[in-house]
Design a binder for this molecule. Structure first.
Ligand SMILES: *[C@@H]1O[C@H](CO)[C@@H](O)[C@H](O)[C@H]1NC(C)=O
Ligand SMILES: *[C@@H]1O[C@H](CO)[C@@H](O)[C@H](O)[C@H]1NC(C)=O
Length: 444
């Protein structure tokens, strides 16, 4: 059997089986997945991923894309689910964000809801569209303000009895509301609860053991903030006080919630790492959402896999190499700080400083390597990475907010079997982030 797998691998047939948050995710045709602010629906054994196509790097509407997968890893792009109609609220000069789809059993119909807005976000509406098949294309029904009040960031939740709810930021994003849909899922009929003054965005709900867990970010535009969860035993509330799902300083590992999917006794946090200067390059940040502690917490896995049938996830383990143990050259220096693993990192990289980590053990193929870094300020940085003196690749380092918060970004490197030398930040005039450590993975 191994010759067969090898043949498939050589032919490029074997799709990656791991989820790597923050990497550039491509579809089965090799194109970058454009499905930001996504919504997910499972029909039979197929997952559908609806999202914003931001190929044009603009916030304006281009298309709601539709992708299919049976394993949440390998995604095939289908026809666009919703496309612009000039002269309507879904023209190419309007905003269509956060598409979410439910199946309505009464009408045997797929119903899509989305944030529908003018280009300055002044209209603050929801839009509704319907189709007889999951990817549609959908027929646009119209846009409106639910119960006559504003709606911006939104999500949908379908309860076990088929009752569905709109989750939405209302009243200038001050009050967050949960309102019940009609039997057709065409309109909102009644407000179930309101979290007054909560300033929440990007909602999702997972129901577990009879309790509703609402996930949402706060309102800092495209910038990340510590996303929260709220718990209630009824969608009418009362909702618990907010609680963290990740260490606050990481700002949810530089991401914003988009969708929350149940997975066995746990779940999956599906977020966006927005890049406003290059929206189409915004990355997807999906992590296991573990209920092991009794309340949902993100498991910050660099590389992980999911077993859909078993409803479980597996976090890959790797080998760590501390950057401060590498060979520093030029103007680079060792930094100390309690935020760094081992209390130290390699700093002043780029602009004449570099570090080479030697004796990095590889297995003789492409491998995921996570770079743990912190930048000294609130700008995006980047670093060159070169293996064994080979050509450099450039890796983006999203801003960490300050100098002591460490985040990781993945890069796929071809490592030889045995010892490798990896050089960071050589030959770049701009400063790279400080490098804390790297973790080398074999799972792929
Ligand atoms: C939606 O519901 C609201 C409130 O019940 C109602 O005023 C409005 O006419 C409904 N819209 C449609 C299209 O039925
Ligand atoms: C790397 O970051 C610098 C800013 O520090 C930026 O000017 C440059 O365009 C970036 N390079 C790439 C290839 O993204």
């Amino acid at each position: 059997m191994s010759w067969f797998l090898t043949l498939l691998a050589v032919l490029g047939v074997v799709q990656a089986a791991v989820i790597v948050p923050g990497a550039t995710w491509t579809d089965t045709s090799g194109n970058v997945i454009q499905a930001h602010g996504g919504g997910f629906l499972k029909v039979g054994s197929t997952f559908y991923w609806f999202g914003e196509d931001k190929t044009l790097n603009s916030a304006l509407f281009r298309a709601v894309s539709c992708y299919t997968s049976t394993d949440l890893v390998s995604w095939s792009r289908q026809n666009d689910a919703l496309t612009p109609i000039s002269g309507t609220m879904i023209s190419t000069s309007n905003i269509v964000e956060r598409p979410k789809v439910l199946f309505n059993t009464n009408n045997q119909e797929y119903v899509m809801w989305f944030h529908s807005d003018s280009s300055n976000y002044g209209a603050a509406m929801v839009g509704v569209a319907t189709a007889k098949t999951p990817c549609g294309p959908y027929t646009y029904k119209g846009s409106f303000q639910p119960l006559g009040a504003q709606s911006r960031d939104m999500g949908l939740f379908q309860d076990d009895d088929g009752t569905a709810y709109l989750l939405y930021a209302s009243d200038n994003n001050q009050n967050f509301k949960v309102s019940r849909l009609d039997a057709n899922y065409y309109n909102v009929t009644q407000q179930a609860s309101v979290l007054s003054g909560s300033t929440l965005e990007s909602p999702g709900i997972i129901k577990k053991n009879g309790a509703y867990y609402l996930f949402a970010s706060h309102t800092t535009g495209w910038d990340p903030n510590p996303n929260k969860f709220f718990k209630a035993t009824s969608l009418s509330g009362p909702w618990s006080a907010q609680a963290d799902i990740a260490p606050q300083a990481t700002r949810t590992y530089f991401s914003q919630n988009a969708f929350d999917m149940p997975l066995g006794s746990n779940g999956i946090y599906m977020g966006d790492r927005w890049r406003p200067s290059l929206l189409g390059s915004s990355r997807y940040i999906w992590y296991p959402l573990s209920w092991t502690s009794g309340s949902p917490q993100i498991v910050a896995a660099d590389v992980w896999s999911v077993n859909i049938a078993a409803g479980t996830y597996t976090v890959a383990t790797g080998t760590s190499y501390e950057a401060e143990n590498g060979a520093l050259s030029g103007s680079s220096q060792i930094l100390t700080g309690s935020g760094f693993s081992g209390g130290r990192a390699a700093g002043w990289l780029g602009n004449g400083g570099s570090v080479t980590i030697n004796n990095v053990q590889g297995v003789g193929r492409d491998q995921w390597v996570a770079l743990y870094y912190a930048n000294g300020d609130s700008t995006w940085r980047n670093t060159t990475v070169s293996v064994n003196g080979g050509p450099s690749v450039m890796v983006d380092q999203p801003n960490t907010g300050n100098g002591q918060t460490v985040l990781s970004v993945p890069v796929k490197l071809n490592l030889r079997n045995g010892a490798n030398s990896i050089t960071f930040s050589n030959g770049q005039s701009n400063y790279a982030a400080d490098l804390d450590k790297i973790i080398v993975y074999t799972a792929n």
